[in-house]
Design a binder for this molecule. Structure first.
Ligand SMILES: [Zn+2]
Length: 625
């Protein structure tokens, strides 16, 4: 059966990362302080591989045989696997010696990350793009209160200064300043929407792990390092921060400013965000309580509509059609029977509101979290009650290209919304996913006496993508680039958290789901309304070359496997090497025919192999630990 919806929206949203035009931005800025600071501690042999000669090299899911000859003896003389740089309990820091029988404790906190300062504007053409000739901004300062507005006291910072204090929104095109925060009156469940840092602290004896999900498009490892410094007095053994990848929040990478190349990550907002994430982590630690009841479950998101299957809430805009249908849940209950937190892991781009919306929102994730916390509400059909406590949503393997764009969602009311964008569509998708997650907790498995462990390892990834090199050189990406023998590298990190039968692997970018779950044989479609390969694809993937399993989620090797996408970093798309295709004419800056947008926003074809190597290394160690 052929695809019944268009692969792109009729008003085709502009590409997420509009790098192609950088070429036209004039001469390069001379290599600044971001370039050329080689790390003398790293030898050539270690570059691009796991430090400490500990790669397994058997990266079976990428089909990248070029990495398998790097296999080294990954065990020490006594048969123990090589250890990663950081792990607990009993890790090399000496600060997490195991206390046998210590109870698991958890605490959670939610802190707003709406920018403190921005001015709003009237979008006369309602096209989401600020045009100085037709649109007007309100020069009312950071608080957006003008004389005569309720609550107005006096002029504040930026008021009447003749400048537009804009906060630019990320994810689609440039010049998309926000007008404000989505309000309660918009859609079904607008109340409480916004952007948040949502933290959970986990502690057992001397082991303390803090994870923070932030409603941002992406967040670099260097920012995470800065936050770790802010939290130096909090006895955290490992802090992990990941973006939900919302395309309806401020630019937190630098790509989506007023113009291409102008930088879009506001300096004040950068500082605010670091403090907010640190605050969320600190408050979660202060909230630590004994976990009396830990429930784990897995829902199937293809169950929201019998005829459409997974296509009711998600779609795949890159061949082959592969979807990770799972929505994973972990519910922490305290000794009073109250919810400490509910963690949810699912993979689809939070971009349901597409490119013309200018209100800050966490997209479908808002309604999903609200459903978990306080229940769903439909117009006619009954909703489901929530669990109380904060919901912490984690985006999974949402790369190339898990998206609600084009989806037409049918609700329990019998209404259908889509395929364009609307708050009703976005809320419906979120509530349906939230209801599947609630069902998974209700049917879930109680975990007795879980043990908390983690391991984490840094490694260098070569920047092969020429457009990324330009962005680094222009200082648009503000992170350290290490230069060795004329090649450029960034430092990143992966880690794994184990909690009883649950393993959560952090992946530093947007992993394509086929790397996590396979599905090249059509076994991961979960709808009858799509083709494995679009018959009109002019440059289809050669599935005969696709890697054999086991795939990443299978190799993680626990009953419940989570991928923390964009974990501690955003290195762009992580694409299986067999289908990594570049344009012949302008590689990296324009797309090859077919579904190859993602390559232009990827570190390079090697990144999937690096992720596999480091994952296997961490998994082998955590098996042993
Ligand atoms: Zn993306």
């Amino acid at each position: 059966m052929s695809l019944w919806f268009s692969r792109r929206l009729p008003n085709n949203p502009r590409p997420e990362w509009s790098l192609a035009c950088l070429i036209a931005c004039g001469g390069l800025i001379a290599c600044g302080s971001l370039i050329g600071c080689a790390d003398p501690g790293k030898s050539d042999d270690e570059v691009g591989e796991t430090s400490g000669e500990s790669t397994s090299g058997e990266s079976s899911s990428t089909g990248d045989t070029s990495t398998s000859d790097t296999t080294s003896d990954s065990t020490t003389g006594d048969g123990d696997p090589e250890a990663p740089e950081q792990y607990c309990p009993n890790g090399p820091s000496g600060e997490c010696d195991e206390i046998l029988g210590a109870p698991l404790e958890a605490g959670a906190a939610v802190v707003s990350i709406i920018p403190d300062c921005f001015e709003t504007w009237d979008d006369v053409a309602a096209n989401g793009s600020f045009d100085a000739n037709e649109d007007t901004y309100l020069d009312c300062g950071c608080d957006r209160l003008c004389p005569g507005d309720p609550g107005y006291v006096a002029p504040d910072e930026g008021e009447g200064d003749g400048e537009f204090q804009a906060i630019y929104m990320a994810g689609f095109g440039n010049n998309r300043p926000t007008r404000g925060v989505r309000g309660a009156a918009e859609g079904f469940v607008g109340e409480g929407d916004g952007l948040w840092a949502r933290a959970i602290a986990l502690q057992q004896g001397n082991t303390r792990v803090v994870y923070v999900a932030i409603d941002t498009v992406g967040y670099f490892y260097d920012e995470v390092l800065a936050i770790r410094e802010l939290l130096a007095d909090q006895d955290i053994d490992w802090l992990s921060v990941s973006s939900t990848h919302t395309h309806e929040g401020p630019d937190t990478m630098g790509l989506w400013g007023k113009t291409i190349g102008s930088g879009g990550f506001d300096d004040d907002y950068r500082a605010q965000l670091r403090l907010a994430i640190a605050q969320a982590a600190t408050e979660a630690i202060a909230d630590l309580r004994v976990v009396d009841k830990l429930t784990v479950g897995r829902g199937d998101t293809s169950t929201t509509n019998a005829s459409k299957g997974v296509l009711n809430v998600n779609s795949d805009h890159r061949d082959p059609w592969v979807i990770d249908e799972a929505i994973d849940v972990l519910h922490f209950g305290d000794e009073q029977g109250k919810t400490i937190a509910t963690m949810v892991n699912y993979a689809s781009h939070p971009e349901s509101m597409a490119d013309e919306n200018t209100l800050l929102t966490s997209d479908y994730i808002h309604a999903l979290r609200k459903t978990i916390e306080s229940g769903s509400t439909w117009t006619r059909a009954p909703g489901k009650p929530g669990l109380g406590g904060p919901c912490i949503f984690i985006s999974g393997a949402l790369g190339g290209m898990m998206t609600p764009l084009g989806v037409q969602v049918t609700t329990p009311d019998g209404d259908t919304f889509g395929g364009g964008f609307s708050w009703e569509k976005t809320d419906s998708i979120g509530q349906l996913l939230g209801e599947v997650a609630l069902g998974a907790i209700a049917q879930g498995e109680l975990i007795e006496s879980p043990r908390l462990e983690f391991g984490a390892q840094t490694f260098l990834g070569e920047v092969i993508n020429d457009s990324f090199k330009l962005v680094f050189m222009q200082g648009i990406f503000q992170r350290e680039v290490v230069e060795i023998d004329g090649k450029q590298y960034v430092t990143t990190e992966m880690g794994v958290i184990e909690l009883g039968p649950v393993r959560m692997l952090t992946v530093p970018g947007e992993l394509l789901p086929e790397l996590a779950v396979g599905g090249y044989d059509g076994s991961q479609m979960f709808t009858d309304m799509a083709d494995l390969i679009d018959p009109n694809n002019p440059n289809p993937p050669d599935l005969g070359q696709a890697p054999a399993g086991p795939y990443l989620k299978q190799r993680i090797g626990s009953p419940y496997t989570w991928i923390i996408g964009l974990g501690n970093d955003e290195l762009g798309y992580i694409i299986p090497q067999y289908d990594f295709k570049l344009s012949d004419s302008v590689p990296w800056f324009s797309e090859a025919p077919g579904d190859h947008y993602e390559e232009t926003n990827s570190l390079g074809p090697h990144i999937a192999g690096l992720v596999d190597q480091n994952a296997d290394f961490l998994i082998e160690f955590i098996d042993w630990l």
